[in-house]
Design a protein around this ligand. Sequence first.
Ligand SMILES: *Cc1c(COP(=O)(O)O)cnc(C)c1O
Length: 225
Amino acid sequence: MTLADNIRSIRGRIDAAARRAGRSSDEIRLIAVSKMKSAAMIREAFAAGQHLFGENYAQELALKAEELKDLPIEWHFIGHLQKNKAKLVAKVAACMETIDSITLAEAISRKAPNPIDCLIEVNIGSEEKKSGIASSGLEALASRVAGLPNINLRGLMIIPPYDPDPEKSRPYFRKLKELLGELNKELPLPLKELSMGMSEDFEIALEEGATIVRVGTAIFGERAQ
Ligand SMILES: *Cc1c(COP(=O)(O)O)cnc(C)c1O
């Protein structure tokens, strides 16, 4: 299987899951998660028609964006970010998916050369060691982030607690969609993006309303540990 085959296969599965859920695949975006994969592999995926990529580490994103600057790649940042690295991300990312504090959002807003799309990461399983804002603090954070000058708040993102059974993710996906609905009653501008679902559970996420799925392993293969 080539990268192009993998991407085609994932797109087919996205279309099928969307159809099952009575949704149009036009409203669904696939992020190819390229962390720890080479710029050459990203180039190959780009040539196969994949133009949206996700990275987890600020330095790695900055290096790859520089190396691949001849390509019109759309980068999403999906890792945990310390605010002293906000500039690296704000300079190149089209979307920062892991806002989880007002100080991080302010740093991004200050460093972004142009208004940048952002998602808020929710710690949906209330896991102690996971980043993301607790659901109880979401509304307060969202209204403050939405008020920042250089940020376009678009929606929410989650990484559910790990479980080898992908069906176990479903209630968390459903919960995130509910949270988005509740937020939209409070915020002046409706949010529409739900970034949820990875290699093992993206079809379930799509059945539950994901608009962005983030797939790494199923496209690029296993990552070295
Ligand atoms: C690594 C990563 C992914 C991709 O995970 P796979 O299981 O390899 O598809 C998606 N989202 C985030 C936030 C990640 O860190």
